[in-house]
Design a protein around this ligand. Structure first.
Ligand SMILES: [Zn+2]
Length: 341
């Protein structure tokens, strides 16, 4: 899923987002709650009508943003309390309020509010956040009133295999429509992240979507698909695109580098995106001249590239040649597959 933080995938029109091949996009509850406000979004017809996206939209619960923006004041059994990064407003985010916001936004998939902590953390801290996340998941389901909105639970447990198993098993018994692996991409190594996904997915229902939140690099996608993950979201393709970095089969290209000044090649020969109609030299010029088209074109390329990785992975799985496909892609990026434990 491309990330549409504030009701827009930054720098792209909604037709351009669709033309990357994306099926589903993500909206951020935290940001939309603060600006323009969830009641304003409701008045504007909801996130679909407002943004013009008629495909599925998933909204996160706000928990991760509160954590990652350092806005958190306190977490109690009742709520996560934070201060707005915009005007300092104190917001009490209970599980019930998170669902109320997501219903106002009108997303197709809502996420339960979870208690995210930084890694590494002590076992008692991880256990405490995990237990609270399970209680909050139950409160979210109780608060949910929209039949057409699916609710996904989030498995916590840090890097501890036993805690991951416990949390996944307990949430699976509560019968949510989908399951996310949360609390990763918060400072652990890629190998630690892959191991945490690998110990979680066997305890989740095979017939429901498994979503790894906030991940990741092209390598992370393939390594986690190998471990049973179906769905991802990440700002990497768009954020890096805005900063002049393009993902390709031969690894990332930094377009600001002088070596691209007179380069007539496209970023990739066979890429159908809007950027690859142009030379690397022209794209570099747009970034050096600070033209807004540069970030737009590279965001389009990177999202198209990520979408193609996922489409190719689906095809390879259907044809029972995923391991070979992943090994070839990873080799192009300078990596070998991490052995499955
Ligand atoms: Zn391209």
């Amino acid at each position: 899923m491309p990330v549409g933080t504030q009701g827009t995938v930054k720098g792209l029109t909604i037709d351009q987002v669709a033309s990357t091949g994306a099926d589903m996009i993500l909206g951020n509850t935290y940001h939309l709650r603060l600006r323009p406000g969830h009641e304003t979004v409701r008045q504007l017809g909801g996130l679909h009508a407002m943004s013009g996206w008629d495909g599925p939209i998933l909204t996160d619960s706000g928990g991760f943003q509160v954590f990652s923006l350092g806005a958190l004041n306190s977490v109690t059994e009742q709520a996560a309390t934070f201060r707005s990064h915009i005007d300092g407003e104190k917001v009490v985010l209970t599980p019930e309020h998170s669902i109320e916001i997501q219903e106002a936004l009108g997303s197709d998939v809502a996420m339960v509010l979870d208690h995210v902590i930084a890694l590494p953390a002590s076992k008692p801290e991880v256990e405490d956040a995990l237990a609270r996340s399970i209680r909050w998941a139950a409160r979210c389901r109780e608060a949910s009133t929209l039949d057409r909105q699916a609710l996904f639970a989030i498995v916590q447990g840090g890097l501890d295999p036993e805690l991951r198993r416990q949390c996944a098993t307990e949430l699976a018994s509560m019968d949510f429509e989908g399951y996310a692996v949360g609390g990763l991409s918060v400072g652990e190594t890629p190998e630690e992240m892959y191991a945490a996904a690998a110990v979680t997915t066997p305890h989740l229902p095979a017939d429901k979507p498994r979503y790894l939140m906030g991940v990741g690099t092209p390598r992370d996608l393939l390594e986690n698909i190998a471990r049973g993950i179906d769905l991802f979201d990440c700002v990497m393709p768009t954020r890096n695109g805005r900063n002049g970095l393009a993902f390709t089969d031969k690894g990332p290209i930094k377009l600001r580098n002088a070596v691209h000044r007179e380069d007539t090649q496209p970023l990739m020969e066979d890429c159908p995106c809007l950027a690859c109609r142009h030379s690397r030299g022209y794209l570099r010029h747009l970034f050096i001249a600070k033209e807004m088209l540069g970030p737009t074109l590279l965001s389009h390329h990177n999202l198209t590239y990520y979408g193609r990785i996922m489409a190719e992975a689906r095809e390879a799985i259907q044809q029972d040649r995923f391991s070979q496909f992943a090994a070839e892609k990873l080799a192009g990026w300078g990596h070998r597959p991490v052995p499955l434990a």
